[in-house]
Design a protein around this ligand. Structure first.
Ligand code: DMJ
Length: 575
């Protein structure tokens, strides 16, 4: 393991930031795909402004737009599906969609509008409000949005504001971060899911939270500490993350919901989707952003367990954290971020096959339904909606960056066309209530501007990333990878075991990470031959490999193929 533990991530990071990887060559510019990309980029730009301008006209400074009735909703306080009881009469919202749009404006080159927005927020935004907000949602959307915008505003290469900007967004972020801190005051250090911005944790507040709710705070809070010099934000988030990790099972699996006062699990079943998704994402990205070995170790063990216990071919089901036994066979729209994360660690083969399954379901329905029952091959009866989620566009962007395979451009085009045909209305873009009828719902979520449009735009035009080194938070807000934020640099680079990704021009070295996780291989190192654990390996039920049915056979560790039971009653790769 010691051999190439940092290798995949750093290699991909190198590839993602390398100018030759990003900058289009002349022949690329001349290719038919270049024209297609320019055309699609303009289509996405129009989509973004249609959503943005309608928000500014009908909903700003409230949180989100209701595109069918051209009105607004102050949804920040209701995010996480709980209703707010404490919204003051004069509450005007938090301009959530504007904050979420800031980095997208810069990526699309609209510095003037960005500057206008920064000035407005500097003069008008306040968090001293009697509003009960969801910590996770407020962290990824508001804190993340402000921090990313502050960094963009102070980055001289953007030629933004400069003179007139006096760190107002950072001051707002710091104020918000301070209001988060009382949530962490629990016996376990795991934060409450809900907090009142003005009064802190409320009486009789629920003690239930989710794994992603308390385990995906480290990027924003860590960045806030690095920017302000106040270590309290990063330590609170890190303490919670460590506590959460200590609650893993012997299989290195976590559940979905837990109690922050007792540190006991409430829901033992989990997968890679709702309630857990960004926990995995933040372990990996925290390692990239802060360079701490701890994050990598946690991520690596967690990733192997996901591949081992949740993966079934290209699909990911849920499993009980205690036994590893499958619980729910469901594909959810949120899971579609996973191939993007796999690209970051270099497991491109696995990313590609799972991405294809999500594309298949997207094409089947025209958009991605919230929940699809894999065992019954049917939609979940009550979760037939598509709220303009970004995850498939996000993974498509990562896979295109890594492979330059034009097929991903076609996938992006199909996503754009579906969004325009099914969800565009005069007053913006509306969520789909039921993917079987394409009946719409009166809500344009802020992540449509923060993520969906941004990833689609970057898929067709990555100019913003050229010569830059950013990672994106789970809400699509860019944070720069700075050596000054790293405690130390990666230890080893191993120049063996390359895998190759398809490209327009030439084979490009992608990563050896996929060889580390699947299949099992033997690697020579200074310490002799090491066997690398296979993530796909599932042993046969019996040690002597005897069987009566295929179900008693496992998955071969080297080829990752399912073994079957022969006529003579032995498990093997018989077909
Ligand atoms: C976004 O708010 C974030 O990506 C979050 O992590 C989960 N997904 C939603 C959008 O689908």
């Amino acid at each position: 393991m010691l051999l190439s533990r940092n290798y995949g991530t750093w290699l991909l990071l190198f590839l993602l930031i390398s100018p030759s990887f990003l900058a289009p060559s002349m022949s690329q510019l001349d290719s038919p795909w270049a024209a297609k990309k320019r055309h699609m980029r303009e289509k996405v730009r129009k989509m973004f402004y249609h959503a943005y301008e309608n928000y500014m006209k009908h909903a700003f400074p409230h949180d989100e737009l209701k595109p069918l009735t051209k009105s607004f909703t102050d949804s920040l306080s209701e995010l996480g599906n709980l209703k707010l009881e404490h919204l003051p009469q004069d509450y005007n919202g938090s301009a959530l969609t504007l904050i979420e749009s800031l980095s997208s404006l810069v990526i699309m080159g609209n510095n003037t509008e960005f500057e206008r927005a920064v000035i407005w927020l500097s003069e008008n935004l306040t968090f001293n409000t009697d509003a009960r907000i969801n910590l996770f949602e407020c962290n990824i959307r508001v804190l993340g949005g402000l921090i990313a915008a502050h960094i963009l505003a102070t980055d001289s290469t953007n030629r933004l504001i400069q003179g007139s900007y006096k760190n107002q967004l950072l001051n707002l972020a710091e104020d918000l971060g301070r209001r988060f801190l009382p949530a962490f005051d629990t016996p376990t250090g795991l934060p409450y899911a809900w907090i009142n911005l003005k009064y802190g944790v409320m009486e009789n507040e629920t003690t239930e939270t989710s794994t992603s709710g308390c385990g995906s705070l480290i990027l924003e809070m860590g960045a806030l500490s690095r920017l302000t010099g106040d270590p309290r934000f990063e330590s609170a988030a890190l303490r919670a993350l460590r506590k959460l990790w200590s609650m893993r099972s012997s299989l290195n699996l976590l559940g979905t919901t837990l109690d922050v006062t007792t540190g006991e699990w409430i829901e033992y079943s989990s997968g890679i989707g709702a309630g857990v998704d960004s926990f995995y994402e933040y372990l990996c990205k925290a390692y990239i952003l802060f360079g701490k070995e701890d994050y990598w170790r946690m991520f690596h063990s967690a990733y192997l367990s996901v591949q081992k216990y949740f993966r079934h071919g290209p699909w990911y089901h849920e499993a009980d954290m205690r036994t590893g036994k499958a619980t729910y066979w469901q594909l959810t729209s949120l899971q579609a971020f996973w191939p993007g994360l796999q690209v970051l660690v270099g497991d491109i083969g696995a990313a590609n096959s799972s991405h294809r399954e999500f594309v298949y379901v997207w094409e089947k329905f025209g958009v991605l339904p919230e929940r699809y029952l894999l065992d019954h091959q049917m939609l979940h009866p009550t979760e037939k909606y598509y709220p303009l989620r970004p995850e498939l566009a996000e993974s498509t962007f990562y896979l295109y960056q890594a492979t330059k395979d034009p097929w991903y451009i076609q996938v992006g085009e199909s996503i754009v066309n579906s969004l325009n045909s099914y969800t565009k209305v005069e007053g913006g873009f509306a969520s789909v209530r039921d993917v079987t009828t394409m009946q719409l719902e009166d809500h344009q979520h802020s992540f449509f501007l923060a993520e969906t449009c941004k990833y689609l735009y970057l898929l067709f035009d990555d100019t913003f990333l050229v010569d830059r080194n950013y990672i994106f938070t789970t809400e699509g807000h860019p944070l720069p990878v700075l050596s000054s934020w790293h405690e130390r640099l990666p230890e080893t680079y191993i120049l063996t075991n390359w895998t190759y990704a398809k490209s327009e021009q030439q084979k490009r070295r992608a990563s050896a990470m996929s060889l580390q996780v699947c299949p099992a291989i033997a690697v020579r190192s200074g310490y002799g031959v090491q066997k690398i654990e296979s993530a796909c390996h599932i042993p046969d039920s019996r040690g002597d490999h005897r069987c009566f049915t295929d179900e008693e056979c496992g998955v071969d560790s080297t080829t990752c193929r399912r073994r079957s039971c022969s006529m003579a009653g032995y498990c093997g790769l018989w077909v």
